[in-house]
Design a protein around this ligand. Structure first.
Ligand code: UD1
Length: 333
């Protein structure tokens, strides 16, 4: 049997886009997902094993049965304010489960590991701009839970033959331009998703969390990256590791930011609807501004984004919200 790629969290928002791209190019893929925030309907063209990355028995079995050569590890909790109110949930599912996964990979001789890290490892970078050399100083348990996983990966790679790419995601948004996949979870908290849910009539309104930040219009600034471009960075990382590339940690963003108000204006323009917006206090754990210095990933992986356009991000997200309304079955497991 040829070797496979294990995608943990492959039924989730980002993982499912990566699975689809991998399958489209003829890779053998197996998905491990506990369906806590993922959906069966999001796994297109690959077998799904329902289980936890923290469960050694399941992980060992999948690694052996599918002759896994590469692991792409997406499975995690990702909501910053929730990590502030429930930190142990994040250290358990993100850090401890990743430790288990790494131990299983080590035993099974997995060669390559692509890790979903986050811009949240930077905390509040100087000028709101973070390069891979910027100090890591997370301001919420989510960022710290991921940073600890980066450290485990670094140390394991130094002590074994495993090589890895850790991708530090900035703010992922948008949906498959082909309309097959999107961000499905109705309880999502991400700005673009929430605003598009509201524009599509699923939510009665939305809040702006903080209007007194030291940013040009007082609202938070983020580097929004289209999920399809982010997914393609993972395929590049895989190719790089297969060619013998050294372990690397890379920012994954476009290198420019938009404020909350700018995003909401775009949602109004694309949807043709006036949004009902309430100005609210700052949300726990949020940095004022977080934008990538994004040249290293281009140089190391040869990655070129194709959808670096806020309008495309919002349009594809909105189209997905409309599809979810037409097909509520997509949100049932
Ligand atoms: C997101 C990711 C996080 C990642 C980070 C990197 C998720 C759930 N979160 O967090 O994993 O580490 O990007 O930068 O994947 N906002 C509002 N109203 C809302 C929602 C958000 O004003 O209803 C504001 C926030 O205060 C923030 C901005 O919009 O300024 C973006 O917030 P959000 O979309 O929730 O993403 P992050 O918290 O940045």
């Amino acid at each position: 049997m040829p070797q496979s790629i294990l995608v943990t969290g492959g039924a989730g928002y980002i993982g499912s886009h990566v699975v689809r791209q991998l399958v489209e190019r003829g890779e053998r893929v197996v998905v491990l997902d506990n369906l806590s925030t993922g959906y069966r309907s999001a796994v297109l063209g690959a077998p799904l094993v329902v289980g936890n990355t923290g469960d050694p028995e399941t992980v060992n079995r999948v690694l052996a049965e599918h002759r896994v050569e590469t692991v792409m590890h997406f499975a995690a909790h990702t909501i910053v304010p929730e990590s502030v109110s429930n930190p142990l949930k994040y250290y358990g599912n993100n850090t401890c489960a990743t430790r288990n996964l790494l131990e299983c990979c080590d035993r099974a001789g997995v060669k390559h590991f692509v890790f979903s890290s986050t811009a949240a490892v930077y905390g509040i970078p100087a000028e709101g701009l973070a390069s891979e050399q910027s100090p890591t100083a997370p301001i919420n348990p989510y960022g710290l839970s991921k940073l600890m996983s980066e450290w485990m990966l670094r140390d394991l790679a130094a002590a074994s033959a495993l090589r890895y790419v850790a991708l530090r995601y900035f703010n992922v948004a948008g949906s498959d331009p082909g309309g097959r996949l999107g961000h499905t979870a109705p309880q999502a908290t991400l700005l673009v998703k929430v605003a598009c849910q509201h524009a599509a009539g699923v939510r009665p309104g939305l809040q702006i969390f903080g209007t007194d930040y030291p940013t040009p219009d007082g609202t938070g600034v983020r580097d929004y990256i289209h999920v399809e471009d982010l997914a393609s960075a993972h395929l590049r990382a895989l190719d790089y590791l297969r060619k013998g590339g050294a372990s690397a940690t890379l920012n994954c963003g476009y290198g420019h930011g938009f404020s909350v108000r700018e995003v909401l204006r775009m949602v109004e323009r694309v949807s043709g609807k006036a949004l009902k917006v309430e100005e609210s206090p700052r949300r726990a754990g949020d940095p004022p501004s977080l934008v990538a210095k994004a040249d290293r990933i281009r140089a190391v992986l040869g990655w070129e984004p194709r959808l670096d356009d806020l309008e495309t991000i919002v349009r594809t997200q909105l189209e997905w919200e409309h599809r979810l309304q037409r097909e509520p079955g997509l949100q049932k497991n």
